[in-house]
Design a protein around this ligand. Sequence first.
Ligand SMILES: [Zn+2]
Ligand SMILES: [Zn+2]
Length: 227
Amino acid sequence: MSQQLTAETRPSPTIEDYLAIIFVMERDGEEIIAARLAESLEVTPPTVTVTLKRMERDGWIDVEGPKNIHLTQAGCDAASSVIRRHMLTEWMLARMLKVPWSHVHNEAHAIEHTISDDIENKMRQNFDNPQLCPHGNPLPGYEYVTAQWKSLTQIQAGERVVIRRIHELAEDDSELMQFLENNGVIPGTQAEISEVLPFNQTLTLAIGGRQVVLGFPAALNIYVEKE
Ligand SMILES: [Zn+2]
Ligand SMILES: [Zn+2]
């Protein structure tokens, strides 16, 4: 049974950040390794090691080897809670304060930890129970909504698609997000894959008469639905 976390029993903001990233990586079936956590959290690997030990002691994670880190039920509940608050905060910033789409993720990171359960519920009602964040990533429990969407790197030249999702971990890259926003590569946009050049590691999207060139590493994080 999952236990209801209240604002008083939540872990610290630092631990919430770790839990959220571990949740996203585990959901994608990725190996949770300290080096990747260090990169995502912009801290040193020794810091990650120390923090993971503390999280294991406090019952948020199980560690069965350096590449075998899993969330406990309590860790999973705490991660779901902060991710929900993060995504609802993104909607609040985007809809009510008109913060640009490419900026809401970083702004929400600073605010999400302070949102009370009461405000979280009010936000959810206000935004009609969203299943996805403004970047198309699923709120915990709504993974089935995005399950059929394919990464752009799996699409052939000549196919028509609708942009649906920019992966949560790519939202951290503000330059990428700014580029995508400037070029209209946002959820809901229709595009055609006009060219794929594997030797160059690029693909080109035609969006409303404009050509947008993306490298494979960026394209890998953009999910689409075939038209
Ligand atoms: Zn985000
Ligand atoms: Zn988002």
